[in-house]
Design a protein around this ligand. Structure first.
Ligand code: SF4
Ligand code: SF4
Length: 122
């Protein structure tokens, strides 16, 4: 995540500052997915899988994103924000384009679980 004072970030208004993610590790067993179901049942919590694995996705804008789309703590912003380059970023291509699966809520994930585990409801 980055927030520089250039024209691109100003036009974008902070797409990369509107969520956070957390790696989930290996997702294999029925109990792994039962736990994930509990998590995505909560408002603002989603899950996705891409080429590098499974992730929780928390929707919610960073408290430091200003109405003009710039970072309110730019000089002291977290390292992950510093590492995110804006030469090719979500303004150019949404990260979701690379999602293999994306579960926005409980019911979407439950449908997947029932297909993945034939005895899910047994
Ligand atoms: S998504 Fe790209 S253009 Fe938008 S605020 Fe983040 S770094 Fe800037
Ligand atoms: S600290 Fe600044 S750059 Fe980082 S997510 Fe928040 S608003 Fe964006």
């Amino acid at each position: 995540m980055s927030q520089t004072n250039d024209n691109k970030c100003f036009l974008c208004k902070g797409k990369c500052c509107s969520y956070t993610t957390e790696a989930l590790g290996t997702m294999r067993s029925k109990s792994d997915f039962e736990h994930l179901l509990w998590q995505v049942a909560h408002e603002g919590v989603e899950a996705y899988k891409d080429d590098s694995g499974w992730y929780l996705l928390y929707t919610g804008t960073c408290q430091f994103l200003q109405p003009d789309g710039l970072c309110g703590i730019y000089e002291t912003r977290p390292q992950i924000c510093r590492d995110y380059e804006n030469d090719w970023c979500e303004y150019d291509e949404p990260a979701s384009k690379h999602f293999i699966y994306h579960f926005r809520d409980y019911n979407e994930l439950l449908d997947y679980c029932r297909k993945r585990f034939k005895r899910w409801d047994k």
